[in-house]
Design a protein around this ligand. Sequence first.
Ligand SMILES: *Cc1c(COP(=O)(O)O)cnc(C)c1O
Length: 383
Amino acid sequence: MTGSARVLVAEPVLGEDEAAALGRVIHSNWITMGDQVRTFESAFAACHGADDAVAVNSCTSGLHLALDALDIGERDEVIVPSLSFVATANSVVYTGARPVLVDIESLETPLISIRAAEAACSNRTRAVVVMHYAGAVVDAQAWRDFARRHGLYLIEDSAHAVGRARGPIFGDIAVFSFYGNKNMTTAEGGMIIAPDPTLLARMRSARAHGMTSTTSERLHARAATYDVRSLGYNYRMSELNAALGIVQLQKLDDRNEQRHILVQAYQRVLQYQRNGLIVPLVGHMPSSHHILPILLPAGTDRARVMGALHDRGIQTTIHYPPIHQLTWYRDRYPGVSLPITEEFAERELTLPLHPKLSLQQIGMISDALREVLALEPCPEGQL
Ligand SMILES: *Cc1c(COP(=O)(O)O)cnc(C)c1O
């Protein structure tokens, strides 16, 4: 088969409910920063054990606001995992601070390593950003202790970990993503949760230029004018995005449960494969099961495997090219060597995982992988 793959790594699940919600916003004629955004914020907060939340136009802008609200800036250092999407480190760079990229725990547990973070601490370190890779939530108690011991702020890049299964947030600030390939989507969007109401209020103001009143408040004559007391940005969410979010949030628990069932099916068929194939994070809880990463046997020609799977109609991707090896970062922060991250990223392959996938398709993907890698067969009836 040639052309585009039929089984995609990720797909949004959108339908009539989302279309109707968008239609209602259009007919209301109030299209940004109104009741939909406020309702979405409250509902999202409630689902994550929080009192309130601030909606933004992306997780990236949310991470920037988080660091900004903690007064992180020039001459500061922030510890960040290199095995993440580039936005995790970019948001640190936006503030003028230096991202200090660190290694993961192991090939089986590709989460930011406390030991590596410990070694990376200096007298300039102000914060650590943890990332719940694949939806697998990092050890809350261990990271809280680490942050307290070193007097650091703890920020959760929760882009992969949207959903109730992960429980309440444990960092000073957590930021979620609703990009099109995430567990729930608003097309583009993000959400910030912080237990400290003062901190959350700072981010709410900085989201909209640092203005002291909103368009809606001025319309309803609750405020005649506005002042700006701190530098802000335009990181607002529109009513259209929020309306999608309200609908998607209602379906999130079911969809995450469906992901969990699919991941367990993958783990059953893949654990019988031999020859150095690794399935990381088996049994790791809590998890939102955002992606399904596997490690190919050492020395495998990954490009050939990806091409052969594509020819069988299966899309695969890589999570992630390590940040410290991206040209922009290598040029500015040379000489960083993170052996476990490097080996993980060389061998990693992300298989399709989304709620529209069937158990049959997982069987088909596992068969294709076995064939392409010339691995031992999976015993009958394991799926
Ligand atoms: C998707 C993602 C982001 C960025 O989210 P946006 O909403 O697209 O800005 C940040 N960090 C991680 C780990 C991500 O997966």
